[in-house]
Design a protein around this ligand. Structure first.
Ligand SMILES: [Mn+2]
Length: 392
């Protein structure tokens, strides 16, 4: 059914009643450190982040937006918001891309229902006068499949996954912010730009997915951005995306994950030998972290020639991103946030033996990092119960 009668092109349509621009402008500025200028400059208005970004992008012919592999709603929402910002202010052609596939049902629904036209990033080529903006990720973090040189003009991200950003003209990397969409909302408000309903819906969903989970990782800026987006978003579309229909493989993977979950003190680890798509690792840990007996959940699943990792913590003062990065070390790449992290390890072979070697090493390192004694794991679901249910 087609729900998209409201075009994405119109720029005001959805919220004509309020123009909150000037107030936000002031707010955004207030948070900037006041610099002492030489000479008479102390009254000059500091240039906002969005002013700087737009002036850097202004000379470009085409602007391409890229993100990390298997882009999530925060990446997609950020691209939607930025595309609108650039098109409205600079009137430039903006290309939205995807790196790899989008597997998660909700994310697929988001792309479909919000009418996103995503070009596979390996099909885009750049000329001298083109500029690329990376959102929700940083270069050289192992979160990208593209090898070719990319004319990066800007990086906008909130991950604690240090990348190589030196030399990039515009860098806005704020680990304290819960979602990249929040930063894009700030830009839009600085420029006093109204957004179409589909853009608001996409950004709202992007924020929602980043800020769920408890304890939340959200700043005042995130909550403010959500409050700004919510009245402008299509709530029925949001509900439809959140409740996207799931394929059978989703349930098969969950069963496998539950049957291979082992508890070590306050950590639960789930090994999935054949994971149909990488985003499932995150779905498994989001599910398992609610288990009352643990405060760390890790899932590792084999997807093609990689072991995909996802990690959640419900603890206070934890650094999941840093921890997983340390645990994975040279075996692969990892990073993330305080309570959510992810990573991947390239497998030399996907034979049961080879995978077992890698997972044993990983488990040992995880236990050591969390100061848990090496011990036999306790099954989440007992072998007896598993066998019994198979016989019934
Ligand atoms: Mn994000």
């Amino acid at each position: 059914m087609s729900t998209l009668e409201t075009g994405e092109k119109g720029r005001t349509g959805d919220s004509p009643r309020r123009s909150k621009g000037p107030r936000e402008g002031k707010k955004a500025k207030a948070s900037l450190p006041r610099k002492k200028h030489q000479g008479s400059g102390y009254r000059t208005r500091p240039q906002s982040r969005s002013d700087r970004l737009l002036s850097i992008l202004a000379p470009a012919e085409t602007i391409t937006l890229i993100s990390h592999i298997s882009p999530d709603p925060d990446s997609l929402g950020s691209m939607m918001g930025l595309a609108h910002l650039i098109q409205t202010t600079l009137g430039k052609k903006v290309i939205l891309t995807r790196d790899g596939l989008i597997g998660r049902a909700e994310n697929k629904a988001m792309v479909e229902l919000l009418d996103l036209n995503l070009i596979p990033v390996d099909q885009v080529s750049w000329g001298d006068r083109d500029a690329v903006v990376m959102v929700d990720s940083q270069p050289k973090t192992g979160r990208h499949s593209v090898d070719k040189p990319i004319p990066l003009a800007a990086v906008i991200d909130h991950h604690d996954t240090p990348g190589k950003i030196r030399g990039i003209t515009f860098r806005d990397v704020r680990k304290s912010v819960g979602a990249t969409c929040t930063m894009v909302v700030e830009y839009l408000r600085e420029q006093n730009i109204a957004i179409p309903v589909l853009t608001a819906t996409g950004m709202m969903y992007g924020m929602e997915t980043e800020l769920t989970g408890y304890p939340r990782k959200a700043s005042d800026a995130d909550d403010e951005a959500m409050q700004w987006l919510f009245p402008q978003a299509d709530r029925d579309l949001l509900a439809k995306i959140r409740n996207a229909r799931l394929p059978q493989s989703h349930f098969e993977c969950l069963v496998q994950a539950l049957q291979t979950s082992f508890i070590y003190d306050r950590l639960i680890i789930s090994w999935v030998h054949e994971m149909p798509q990488p985003e499932l690792a995150a779905e498994v840990v989001d599910f398992l972290i609610r288990f009352e007996e643990v405060d760390w959940a890790v899932c590792a699943g084999v997807v093609e020639d990689k072991l995909i990792l996802s990690c959640r913590s419900s603890g206070e003062n934890v650094r999941a991103g840093e921890l997983l990065r340390k645990v994975v070390g040279r075996m692969g790449r990892a990073g993330g946030h305080d309570r959510r992290a992810g990573g991947s390890i390239l497998l030399e072979s996907t034979s049961a033996n080879a995978v077992d070697k890698v997972t044993t090493k990983l488990r040992r390192r995880l236990l050591r990092a969390l100061r848990i004694d090496e011990q036999r794991g306790q099954r989440l679901v007992s072998r007896k119960d598993i066998l019994q249910s198979l016989q019934s």
